[in-house]
Design a protein around this ligand. Structure first.
Ligand code: MCF
Ligand code: FE
Length: 408
């Protein structure tokens, strides 16, 4: 039993309680959270772990959406507009895959850990990241991706996906949880999506999907027009959307789903996402680099949608650090009140993400796993501005615990 004390304990509980001169008593699980003076007196035999001046203890961060298999990209892909990016990723897929070795992905996972990410939702397109994810120190929800728009190839695509899912299931444990990703409405035939989503229900898997990311996706799904029309007509001059966006959302009605991006989701779609008790995963840097616009955070909040944050992959980002992502988000949503947005962002990478990914962590609360980080601020800070100052100044952790075990 260890008693860790800190100048601030940011619990990320329902009340978003911040305890000054706080402490957490823990082993593999959190046993008690409170004022340091009270817990010290109550548990005199616990091993005392003191942290430096201006320390903050908070839950380990959770990156809801990251493509590790594209980690080798730095400057190869084309940014600024969605379809040119998509064309560039298709053109460079083999080259990038060859460069994304297990060693490289393991190194990226360690960098993520150093920045405080103790859990992640890994979107796996090919299964090449399996070994790195299985051996990662973090908790990984491993989303096996399915896609395919050609009806005659549905069976082949499904059995390839099924093979990857089965291979990942061999490693199921409390740190590695297989899951399912249906790529997107423009790339996945509804028959294929339906089969994968039924499997997710049967196996109790959470689901992730890209949804309404770009203006091109909006125009294609609504009218079969725009940049996707020229893109698809190169393969098939008669190509048309495989379903409507309403039909696509309805496929996920019974699943626990993380809808990623949603930048171009309309109010009715956001309402459906809310009604389905689903999550919206925001990837602000990716959205900026792919030139798709900025999420209407207000509209998501008005619908009371569970909001999480993802870095996406290095295919559409320059960093996999959630602190970098939160800083960018603060700057991007300049219409939002700064301190309120900082709090929303910290919730999006802790309690909200644990809820979406069904992980037993994400808050400093009795009974949850001891996934915790200690970070230090450069100077003293008023409690009211703590979330904001944390986001502005944090790069790496001072201490990191997963299941109560100290790492790094
Ligand atoms: O989230 C971004 C942008 N939207 C869609 N897909 C991806 C993103 N980053 C990587 N991808 C992957 C996706 O999983 O790129 C491929 C898929 O395997 C594009 S579809 C040929
Ligand atoms: Fe993505």
């Amino acid at each position: 039993m260890t008693l860790i004390t800190a100048d601030f304990v940011l619990t990320c509980n329902e009340q978003f309680e911040i305890i000054e001169e706080g402490a957490v008593l823990f082993d593999t699980q959190i046993l008690e959270v409170g004022k340091a003076s009270i817990l010290k007196e109550k548990h005199p035999t616990a091993t005392l772990l003191q942290t430096p001046k201006n320390s903050v203890l908070l839950p380990g961060l959770i990156n809801s959406h990251v493509h590790l298999e594209f980690s080798a990209n730095q400057s190869m892909l084309r940014y600024g507009d969605f379809i040119p990016w998509l064309q560039s990723i298709i053109a460079h897929r083999d080259e990038l895959s060859a460069l994304a070795t297990t060693e490289l992905m393991t190194c990226k996972l360690h960098e993520m850990l150093k920045s405080g990410t103790t859990s992640l939702g890994a979107i796996s397109s090919f299964g090449a990241d399996l070994e790195a994810c299985v051996n990662a120190p973090q908790r990984v929800v491993y989303f096996n991706e399915v896609l395919g728009s050609v009806p005659s190839a549905v069976d082949v695509m499904y059995s390839d996906f099924r093979g990857r899912l089965e291979a990942s299931k061999e490693f199921t444990c409390k740190h590695f949880i297989p899951a399912i990703s249906v790529h997107s409405p423009y790339s996945t035939h509804p028959i294929l999506a339906k089969k994968a989503l039924q499997l997710a229900l049967d196996e109790g898997c959470v689901v992730s999907t890209h949804f309404m990311e770009s203006p091109a996706e909006r125009a294609w799904m609504d009218e079969g027009s725009g940049d996707f029309q020229s893109f698809f007509s190169a393969f098939n001059p008669h190509a048309k959307p495989m379903c409507t966006s309403v039909e696509y959302l309805a496929l996920f009605e019974k699943n626990a789903t993380l809808f990623t991006h949603g930048v171009h989701a309309n109010q009715a779609e956001l309402h459906t996402i809310a009604e389905q008790n689903a999550t919206l995963t925001h990837c602000p840097v990716s959205n900026r680099l792919l030139g798709v616009g900025a999420l209407d955070v207000e509209a998501v909040e008005n619908e009371n949608i569970n909001l999480t944050l993802g870095t996406d992959g290095l295919s559409s980002n320059i960093s996999l650090s959630l602190w970098d992502e939160m800083r960018s988000s603060l700057m991007m949503h300049s219409d939002k009140a700064l301190n309120t947005l900082a709090k929303t962002l910290l919730q999006s990478v802790t309690c909200n993400a644990a809820h979406a990914l069904k992980l037993p962590c994400g808050a400093l609360k009795e009974g949850l796993a001891s996934d915790m980080i200690v970070v230090t601020l450069p100077q003293e800070c008023a409690i009211e501005t703590l979330p904001l100052q944390l986001i502005l100044h944090t790069h790496h952790t001072h201490l990191t615990f997963i299941d109560g075990e100290e790492l790094c």
